[in-house]
Write a protein that binds this ligand. Structure first.
Ligand code: PMP
Length: 444
């Protein structure tokens, strides 16, 4: 059986003797002296980036990499409209939310146009971690409970509270007694009836929490289960799960940090694919296309329950420059037809990869929605998840100038997540390179 991997180690490598040149080696030593033990870098031979545009990142040596890993600059790296909006606003006014500032409410009205009606109160933060931290505190205040249910390899943030509900971040995987992690909603754990199987595990977890003296406060999930290995289908499987949690008095928190902002193609949010209405929605990463911003949206009564005991203020959260970036992102998604494009190029990728999978004994499964696709890689002899092969494949793709990372419990699922502006030609380039890399990585 493969070893369970910690999320920050999944795509992070220590510099080895294969570090290519002296300049990179110097940059690396300097970096390690500055970051210390918390330094996390992609690739054994790290890449120094100097620029980016669209779906391309440009390294110091001039290599133009296709970025299939990064879902932050979701409307495209350095998108001119977002750049212009940030530049213009920072030259006018940048302050906190204790003043009335037109662009902030303009942004929130535009964002709320994408959210279901009851979720009409929004707290703006600077990171997804802050948004989830607040969501958990709101859920506890509104429900009166303390217990939280998450999935086995979930990641929800880096604060004290969110680290405790992020099994994939814990090196020793010791959970507090108020947290229960259940297997993600895939066929491996639940067979063909994912909806019933997942809900049954939630029901069991609720009973266990109650027996430990923790009434359930929340079911917290990333609605495409990114770090668990990407589980999108069948649409609707989250219904029963949410009903089960609500019947026990807990809230449903949809973490949209990864699937939100049109990535899944058919919908703007991941939870919409399942036709559910969460009590709380959190979002981040693509929200500002790289400008740090995130948010928690909920119903007024839930936020009011939290604010009875403690207020919420975030110095940088919701500053006018963030609002300008966020507004530009929403406009670009609509103007450039990016949700449609995610659906179209996502289908191209999915079909191309499925054709390769049908011929390969290394690819066990290809699944996803829009421009969020997971590819399970296995040892052809045993059929078991193969993280060593996955690393070789990631390196082989890098040789093809394509950046990609891994996810899942064993780090043997490729996480395919390019910017939403990906062209058909770029999708085809990826599929061809993937086919070649698969063969090269299999050679050893
Ligand atoms: N939720 C999910 C699903 C995430 O993937 C992440 C970041 N990887 C976070 C929350 C935390 O967001 P941030 O890094 O902005 O704090």
């Amino acid at each position: 059986m493969s070893k369970v991997r910690q999320i920050l180690n999944l795509n992070a490598y220590q510099a080895g003797d294969d570090t290519s040149d002296m300049a990179t080696r110097d940059a690396l030593l300097r970096r390690q002296a500055n970051f210390g033990a918390a330094s996390v870098l992609f690739y054994r031979d790290p890449i120094e980036m100097v620029g980016a545009q669209g779906a391309t990142m440009i390294a110091r040596d001039g290599t133009r990499y296709l970025d299939f890993y990064n879902n932050v600059p979701s409307v495209g790296h350095t998108h001119p409209k977002v750049v212009a909006a940030v530049q213009a606003q920072i030259a006018i006014l940048n302050t906190n939310t204790r003043y009335l500032v037109e662009i902030v409410d303009q942004y929130l009205d535009a964002l709320k146009a994408h959210l279901p009606d009851p979720l009409s109160n929004i707290a703006l933060t600077c990171s997804g971690s802050e948004a989830n931290d607040l969501a958990l505190r709101v859920a506890r205040a509104a429900s009166g409970g303390t217990g939280v249910i998450v999935t086995d390899t979930a990641y929800h943030g880096n604060t004290d509270l969110t680290t405790r509900v992020s099994p994939s971040a814990l090196k020793h995987r010791q959970l507090d007694d108020w947290v229960i992690a259940i297997p993600p909603p895939g066929r491996q754990a639940y067979g063909t009836n994912i909806s019933a199987g997942f809900a049954a595990r939630i029901s069991e977890a609720i009973t266990t929490l109650q027996s430990r003296g923790h009434a359930p406060a929340a079911l917290l999930f990333d609605s495409i289960f990114s770090s668990d290995g990407i589980f999108a289908d069948p649409p609707g499987f989250l219904h029963l799960a949410c009903d089960t949690m609500r019947a026990a008095g807990g809230l449903v928190i949809a973490d949209e940090v990864q699937p939100g902002f049109a990535r899944t193609g058919t919908n703007f949010w991941g939870f919409e694919r399942h036709g559910i209405l969460p009590d709380i929605v959190t979002m981040g990463k693509p929200m500002g296309n790289g400008f740090p911003m995130a948010a928690m949206a909920t119903q007024p009564a839930h936020l009011a329950a939290f604010c009875k005991d403690v207020g919420y203020f975030n110095t940088f959260g919701g500053n006018p420059v963030a609002a300008a970036a966020g507004l530009a992102v929403l406009e670009v998604i609509a103007e450039d037809g990016l949700q449609n494009n995610a659906q179209k190029t996502g289908a191209l990728l999915l079909n191309g990869l499925a054709e390769i999978a049908a011929k390969s004994d290394r690819v066990a499964d290809v699944r996803g929605a829009g421009l969020f696709i997971g590819v399970d890689l296995v040892d052809p002899m045993t059929g078991v998840a193969d993280p060593a092969f996955t690393l070789r494949l990631i390196d082989a793709m890098r040789d093809e100038a394509i950046l990609i990372g891994a996810a899942g419990k064993y780090g043997a699922t490729l996480k395919i997540r390019p910017p939403l502006c990906l062209t058909s030609a770029e999708a085809e380039r990826f599929v061809t390179a993937f086919d070649r890399s698969l063969k090269r990585a299999a050679e050893g």
